[in-house]
Design a protein around this ligand. Structure first.
Ligand code: GAR
Length: 217
């Protein structure tokens, strides 16, 4: 276990996933929270804990490349081991993604590779799927397609609408993301050279079964 590992979290808004990470008292250091929006509620969660925050307003830059460069500079100033996208709603340039290869994690509100992109809950309901959920994965240039670290599954139940399904998935996100980051801090999984994530023990299966179980009663 290495309590010194440094994590920078990027958010765009509410920041409930950031809140779950901070509440979980993980054996890692969140060294900064960065947002393109000054009104992102999640910034307050960081400030309340004395974690440095930065706002990089997207409007201040000529284009996506310039913005991503400024974002990269801000992030690298904190020398993170890992950069975590927790509800960060911008598409990143291939250059930015390449710079953080193997160090950039995202949480996405669907069971990838199903439903990449936006409006995942609405699309899941329209398709009539029986299960839905969330995915923690590495970011690669192709949107929502990088190596999968872990997934949380929830049922779709009769009477669900977009709001009830979103709430069920979000509550799973709040458990899955801290679980994955704790395991990362404890070196229980790695991204292999073959681009696949390898867990070192059988705890993933056991833990995920527990994580999902409550959702299916
Ligand atoms: C979460 O559901 C997250 O999975 C999603 O945005 C929400 C942010 O909520 N992210 C994406 O859709 C990324 N494409 P939060 O700000 O309360 O954590």
């Amino acid at each position: 276990m290495n309590a010194e590992r440094r994590v920078v979290v990027l958010i765009s808004g509410r920041g409930s996933n950031l809140g779950a990470l901070l509440e979980a008292r993980l054996p890692l250091q969140v060294v900064a929270v960065i947002s393109p929006r000054a009104d992102a509620a999640g910034l307050g969660l960081a400030q309340a804990r004395g974690i440095p925050t930065r706002v990089i307003p997207a409007e201040g830059y000529a284009g996506r490349a310039d913005f991503d460069q400024a974002l990269q500079q801000a992030i690298d100033g904190f020398a993170p081991d890992l950069v975590v996208l927790a509800g960060f709603m911008r598409i990143l340039t291939p250059e930015f993604v390449a710079h953080y290869q193997g160090r950039l994690l995202n949480i996405h509100p669907s069971l990838l590779p199903a439903f990449p992109g936006l409006h995942t809950h609405r699309r899941a309901l329209a398709e009539g799927v029986a299960v839905h959920g969330c995915t923690v994965h590495f970011v690669t240039p192709e949107l929502d397609r990088g190596p999968i670290v872990a997934q949380g599954v929830v049922p779709v139940v009769p009477g669900d609408d977009e709001a009830t399904l979103a709430a069920r998935v979000l509550s799973m996100e709040h458990r899955l993301f801290p679980y994955v980051l704790r395991a990362w801090a404890e070196s229980r999984w790695v991204l292999g050279a073959d681009g696949q994530v390898r867990w070192y023990d059988d705890s993933r299966e056991q833990n995920l079964r527990l994580l999902w179980a409550g959702e299916f009663q």
